[in-house]
Design a protein around this ligand. Structure first.
Ligand SMILES: [Zn+2]
Length: 689
């Protein structure tokens, strides 16, 4: 589950809004370096005092965040490269004049329709007008329920890409069932907020109340642009309604608790447990009227949001719905809308000064809606069979290292070890690109209709997802495209994906020493494998079923060790008024500790007893840890960093790099002594795997 990277990637909804919050960015590496980059380090800092600064300090000092970025990090170099390559492929595809109806034609038409600013300007609000008129014509709560159902999209993802946010009333995730991992079931999740998380509405900090007042101004500005009367009064009611919705929501840490999420509801349960919304109409609108059972992730939010439909005046909900439609499509409406959208979501929420160049946003749109069509060409062009074989060998080494670590655990019972072993044996590891590609034949793309293209793209993906309900699961299906710089663990499929775009320098460089490759990509691979066994992964068995396979004593030991890690992260304070939430980030932090441990073992094994070379005066162990530390060098605007701390299950890079303090070998490598800031006595070091 979960992406390795903490950077906020654009969801389809955000793509549509045209306000990509986080950024591809400038290169972190200085030059063609094969190995650790000494020029990025600050050697005036003691590694035992601040390992993150030691590894990245000079780079941080000399780096400026470009005006169109909310932050830059080491992933950025590859993001930029992947984006440029994808843009070039799109241009090539467009030039080849592909036949009508082909995926290539759709790629070309989608991209060109996004780039046609003059056409978008000329149409004005007309593309959205039909939708706004339909909302204005809603006369009762029954029609409202129908309209709300029509907005349901497959835009959330609880365990793979971990996106719990949708601005629609609710979100749908189609995935293998908790109890029956051989078939796809519908998971429904809370929604209804434009701001990233409930905390933005509920926190009483000065910072948050300032953002709330700027948000209300923004809502009014959007309504005014769309020609609504009394925009200020309507905006006040919309924000008040969202505030009430936020009060019903679970926190991110609660969302991550699988045991609280396994709530099977029949159709009748919705009426009985969550009165207010006309559920029959809602499901009819959503095209789910034949579906008889669902998993409701946050029952109290469904109860609360449904009650608000009953208790809040129809006119407030209509305004809310209209505003949400305007916001979602602001990026493909005339410039005035797009600018206002960016002024709030880009500037206020992320601190970004400028929007990305339009071509980059166009690439996001194509990746979001036709990702596999481009990805297939990308993989053929940029990921050789040799690269695939090398990466597979490394993964095999890491899995072997994990297997040995588990076998050697003194505290774990044989029965628990046996299922852990079974999980490793059945783990599907996808390298580079998927074995089959999405079929886009039901997606109609028109050359001059970007609004319709995005609408139909989101809808056709939704229909593809609901058509799978009850059907057998394809365990080898990917949840990332090959051109994505990231990696992911899919717990319900017991599978990992490592896209082509991450399997290259600086993460993986055939010319770099093994120590560096294991410290860079090896820790990433180890991180993903370890999710198979972390707080959430350990609740799924080798077939991806939600089943407790741990003995009570083993579970007790695991929970005690992980509580210690949560407490360690709770002490980190990126801002005087905002700490890291150790519980919210626990699974990711466990994965980091476990990933380094396994990668270190895998690296040692790969040497096969041969001595490892020093480079730039660094021993091979030092290179290993420095490569890991340099994975996490980042520079982030304050607003964006706050957003990450509040809404992301990943800790900021500084604290990810610091987790080397839990690894014994790090102390020896840098001669770290008691009294130095990161020093932990051996008993305080968290050892999980
Ligand atoms: Zn992760």
């Amino acid at each position: 589950m979960k992406r390795i990277s903490g950077f906020i990637r654009p969801s389809l909804a955000i793509i549509a809004a045209g306000v990509v919050a986080f950024a591809l960015a400038q290169s972190l590496a200085v030059a063609e370096v094969h190995g650790v980059s000494p020029g990025n380090m600050d050697r005036s800092v003691k590694p035992g005092d601040d390992f993150y600064e030691y590894a990245n300090g000079d780079w941080i000092k000399r780096t400026e965040i470009p005006p169109d970025r909310a932050g830059v990090d080491v992933w950025s170099k590859l993001d930029d490269l992947s984006n440029q390559r994808t843009a070039d492929l799109i241009a090539e595809i467009a030039k080849s004049n592909p036949p009508a109806g082909s995926s290539s034609r759709k790629v070309a038409d989608l991209y060109n329709s996004y780039m046609d600013e003059a056409g978008i300007e000329a149409k004005g609000l007309a593309p959205l007008r039909t939708r706004l008129d339909a909302i204005a014509a809603i006369r009762d709560k029954r029609k409202l329920a129908r309209a709300l159902g029509e907005t349901l999209r497959a835009d959330v993802d609880a365990l793979n890409n971990t996106n719990y946010h949708t601005p629609n009333l609710f979100g749908l995730w189609v995935a293998p069932g908790f109890g029956d991992s051989d078939h796809y079931v519908p998971y429904l999740m809370q929604g209804g907020l434009q701001l990233p998380d409930r905390e933005y509405y509920l926190s009483d900090s000065e910072q948050m109340s300032k953002i709330r007042s700027q948000y209300q101004t923004h809502v009014a500005a959007m309504l005014k642009l769309a020609g609504f009367s009394d925009p200020d009064a309507r905006a006040a009611r919309i924000v008040e309604l969202e505030h009430a919705v936020a009060q019903t929501h679970r926190t991110l840490a609660e969302n991550e608790d699988i045991h609280k999420a396994n709530n099977p509801w029949s159709r009748a349960d919705f009426m009985a447990k969550a009165p207010g919304l006309d559920w029959a109409e809602y499901f009819r609108g959503a095209g789910l009227d034949k579906t008889t059972s669902f998993v409701v992730w946050q029952p109290e939010a469904f109860k609360g949001e449904s009650a608000l439909i009953g208790s809040t005046p129809l006119e407030s909900w209509k305004d809310w719905l209209a505003f949400h439609q305007i916001e979602e499509y602001s990026g493909v409406l005339p410039k005035a809308f797009a600018d206002e959208g960016f002024a709030f979501f880009g500037k206020v929420l992320s601190g970004t000064e400028q929007r990305r160049p339009r071509w980059q946003r166009g690439v996001f749109v194509v990746n979001g809606l036709l990702g596999d069509a481009v990805g297939q060409v990308y993989a053929e062009r940029y990921f050789s069979p040799e690269a695939k074989a090398r990466a597979q060998a490394m993964v095999a080494n890491l899995i072997a290292a994990f297997r040995q670590r588990i076998e050697a655990l003194p505290w774990m019972n044989p029965s628990t070890k046996a299922e852990a072993e079974a999980k490793l044996s059945t783990l599907y590891v996808g390298i580079g690109y998927p074995e089959s590609w999405h079929d886009y034949s039901n997606y109609e793309v028109k050359p001059d209709d970007i609004f319709g293209n995005i609408w139909r793209g989101n809808l056709s993906e939704y229909q593809r997802q609901i058509a799978r309900l009850g059907k057998p699961v394809d365990r080898k299906e990917w949840s990332m495209t090959p051109q994505t710089v990231n990696a992911v663990n899919l717990p319900l499929q017991n599978a990992l994906n490592f896209p082509a775009a991450i399997l290259q320098p600086p993460f993986y460089d055939p010319q770099a020493p093994a120590a560096v490759n294991y410290g860079a990509i090896g820790t990433v691979i180890g991180h993903e494998i370890s999710h198979t066994f972390d707080t959430e992964g350990s609740t799924f068995d080798s077939k991806g079923r939600l089943r407790n396979w741990w003995t009570p004593e083993d579970l007790k030991h695991f929970e005690a060790a992980t509580a210690q890690l949560a407490a360690q992260y709770d002490t980190y304070k990126p801002f005087p008024d905002l700490s890291i939430n150790g519980k919210q980030t626990l699974a990711e932090n466990i994965a980091d500790v476990a990933g380094i441990s396994a990668a270190y073992d895998g690296y040692k094994a790969s040497l096969a007893g041969k001595p490892a070379p020093t480079q730039d005066g660094f021993s091979s162990d030092q290179q290993f840890f420095l490569a890991f530390g340099q994975n996490w060098g980042e520079k982030t605007r304050e607003a964006a960093l706050r957003q990450q701390v509040m809404t992301d299950s990943h800790s900021p890079g500084e604290y990810r790099a610091s987790t080397v303090r839990n690894i014994d070998a790090w102390y020896g490598a840098f001669n770290v002594q008691a009294g130095e800031k990161l020093y932990l006595a051996p008993i305080e070091r968290v050892r999980i795997w």
